[in-house]
Design a protein around this ligand. Sequence first.
Ligand SMILES: [Fe+2]
Ligand SMILES: [Fe+2]
Length: 473
Amino acid sequence: MPEKIDYDAKIPNNVDLAGDRRLQRALEGWQPKFMNWWGEMGPTLATQGVYLRTAISVGREGWAHFDHVNVPDYRWGIFLAERDPDRTIAFGEHRGEPVWQQVPGEYRSELQRLIVIQGDTEPASVEQQKLLGLTAPSLYDLRNLFQVNVEEGRHLWAMVYLLHAYFGREGREEAEGLLLRNSGSPDAPRILGAFNEETADWLAFYMFTYFTDRDGKYQLGTLKESAFDPLSRTCEFMLKEEAHHMFVGTTGVDRVVQRSADLIREHDTTDIAAHGGIPLEIIQRYINFHYTVSLDLFGSETSTNAANYYTAGLKGRWLETRRKDDHKLTDDAALLAKPLADGTWGSEELQAILLLNLDLRAEYIADCQTGVKRWNRILEDAGISFRFALPHPGFNREVGINSGHHVTPDGSIVDEQTWQAAKHQWLPTTEDLSFVRSLMRPVYERGKIASWVAPPRQGINGKPFDYEYVYLP
Ligand SMILES: [Fe+2]
Ligand SMILES: [Fe+2]
């Protein structure tokens, strides 16, 4: 039986908060700071109720409840997936030992660091998206934005719970810090680059939820393997919610491509800007940008930190238990492609354990390809010859072996001048951004939708598209 959550508690949870008065008080002390942060840095649009999904249990069946909720009254809570009493460590030097219910002293600072980095991304995305509610293309989309935002807020709660429950005074200080850093702040920015970029329009929002939330999925997947069981169980539950964020991205881009394809056919021209659609070249440039800043989130291709985390059992590989090897990787080798000074590509053989970031990135890239395939299918079905593509992983990179090199989307290494001269073909230009921004006008009549995006095939939770997903004042 899935455990039911006590909705009358101040902080709904399935971690028996009531049984730990000290922890409960610490979290109740953090809650008003969270609410202040939400008020200042969260969605700016005022509503009178949004049709939201709220987590109510962690079981396989019916873990969420849908209803109109006044957003500031949303019950952010703490939910961990159910504990598997037989779970053992799946990799690294402690492989086969029981997982840890407490933080081992020797790994304390590394685990805290991993949790803070993950935790920092969650509120960052809410900050990046705070203005989008002013220009949503439909009530359905507006509802999805709020859904993603409240769940990122809950993911922050999830990380703050771990910091408070397992990391003492330092953990509580880090929990405060998660509210003090802000996306794009010159003095106290968010830790990772992609989370300091603004999500200025709805095409960027769909791209963000496709590419950047998907990075989140892969990072959570590695933490789900962690020997520190509470972290693993937290991430397992977060992944359930994360799936919806990526659905918003996948189907969002689908719908933009569908609308552009419809306009191209209707007007028999690819120049659809005048007809209120987004030209395919601009969509491609958005893909190039959001995909490459998301690749940077995987860190350097070679990483002794990642190797140490792996050996210690803190962070595993994607689907670790399904891998057919010794789960220690001390004797395995792998190849790293790298740009050479003479403008050609070379490769180096390294210990596989040093290339774990690259391994995770490869899983991510393969997953991203599925979206591109979907979008190309829409074009193919419309009889349009244009095809989207993911750029070469060396393109437009700020992190790792490709940073400082000038790599074109098709993987040629060129000099800086050549790259700069062609850059406008590859990355969104100021004109692209202001054009897309010019299309962003709110459409808040039931059943209506903006000119540049097709309606969804289905509504939320069996409701029709023209359902009143959001009550506006
Ligand atoms: Fe998240
Ligand atoms: Fe997310």
